[in-house]
Ligand binder design. Structure first.
Ligand SMILES: Cc1ncc(COP(=O)(O)O)c(C=O)c1O
Length: 371
């Protein structure tokens, strides 16, 4: 972890310190309120739950500290992505999306943006630079892409996109601000599903938009207030609590993933393993240059759909679940969600269990499907 990341992690649990009145609770109070006392002039304080809420403010303060940029909270990762698209795009615009990233982002473009006159094209993450960005208003990358874990050079994409007058959005969901810092690498906007590692306990959906451009922040804030795509205060409170331990959880998850990826790669039941932390991985050199950690996701292929299902379902320390980034190790055979991957393709999200115990359970399950 870099010195600045350590500084951010250390200051995170103390962000509210300077604002505490004598006798105020140290943990964040939860403010469940649709209305606030609002006599007289209607400016400069909380008035209505669609406009603002003190619990959102606290979680946005934490996220802004982590991103080193103003942040706007949303009720899910997709709500954050929608806010960027609907808040910034207009009819006649053209955007570029990853062909191998989270499928719902493409579905949003296909099923909704298109009918509002916004066209889109797709490109693989690993060759995202090829072809340039002329004619695009916005380029959107996910790196590492979920679920194939290919990556692209954020700095180079940002430079080329800006030359073509396009803005660059990076979905940083697979990495968190502790693992990768797209705004520092030149991106204009970060979107993320805090549903994953930032909350970390798999009990909440949440998302945020981060940007150092005040016009962008104003546009997505306006979208939130006007569309009503607002986070619930309780969800914000849970994410605030989750963020307090993100550094510890993320560190454990990434360290364990590095150990497990090496061992999994050598297992005879496994082929096509991808993890940017392995020196042999096509993403390794670029990943080493632009990522602070290599993440907690590993993908690989087992011989068949049945073997992949048996591997996941028979592992004592693994949950069969979609999503990733929780304290519990989980895995999913992604073909069943419609991703363009082989039937036995598994996306493994490494959790916080002690790594040797986790490996024993994984190895036992792999041995069970071998032969
Ligand atoms: C990379 C990525 N971005 C965005 C999302 C959407 O997040 P949410 O489910 O919170 O809407 C997901 C969900 O899996 C994702 O994997």
């Amino acid at each position: 972890m870099s010195e600045t990341a350590k500084f951010r992690a250390a200051a995170l649990p103390h962000l509210r310190r300077g604002r505490l009145a004598k006798g105020a609770p140290i943990p964040l109070p939860l403010t469940m309120a649709a209305i606030f006392h609002a006599p007289g002039d209607a400016t400069g304080f909380d008035q209505y739950g669609r406009f603002s809420n003190p619990t959102w403010d606290a979680v946005e303060h934490m996220l802004a500290h982590l991103e080193d940029a103003p942040c706007v909270a949303f009720p899910s990762g997709m709500a954050a992505i929608s806010a960027v698209f609907f808040g910034l795009l207009k009819s006649g615009d053209r955007i570029l999306l990853p062909s191998d990233g989270y499928h719902t982002t493409r579905a949003l473009a296909e099923r909704f943006l298109k009918s509002f006159g916004v066209a889109y094209d797709v490109r693989p993450t690993s060759t995202f630079l090829d072809g340039g960005f002329d004619g695009y208003r916005l380029a959107f990358v996910e790196t590492p892409a979920n679920p194939g874990l290919d990556i692209c050079d954020i700095t180079a994409v940002a430079e080329a996109a800006h030359k073509a007058s396009a803005i660059l959005v990076v979905d940083n969901t697979t990495m968190t601000p502790f693992g990768q810092r797209p705004l520092d690498l030149g991106a204009d906007i970060v979107v993320a599903a805090d549903t994953k590692a930032p909350n970390g306990h798999s009990d909440v959906l949440f998302g945020h938009v981060a940007s150092r451009n005040a016009d962008i922040i104003a546009a997505v804030t306006d979208w939130r207030e006007t569309s009503g795509a607002i986070p619930g205060p309780f969800e914000a409170w849970l994410v605030h609590r989750g963020l307090e331990t993100l550094d510890v959880r993320f560190d454990r998850m990434c360290s364990s993933a590095e150990v497990l990826a090496r061992r999994l790669k050598d297992h005879p039941a496994i082929s096509g393993l991808r993890f940017p932390g392995l020196e042999s991985d096509p993403s390794h050199n670029l990943g080493h240059a632009q990522m602070e950690r290599f993440g907690f996701l590993i993908s690989f292929v087992l011989a068949s759909e049945d073997k992949a299902e048996d591997f996941i379902n028979n592992c004592a320390l693994m949950q069969a679940a979609t999503s990733f980034g929780g304290v519990h190790t989980s895995a999913e055979r992604r073909a069943k969600r419609g991703d363009a991957v082989p039937p036995g393709f598994v996306r493994l999200s490494v959790g916080c269990e002690p790594v040797e115990e986790l490996w024993q359970a994984i190895e036992a399950s792999l041995d069970g499907i071998s032969g």
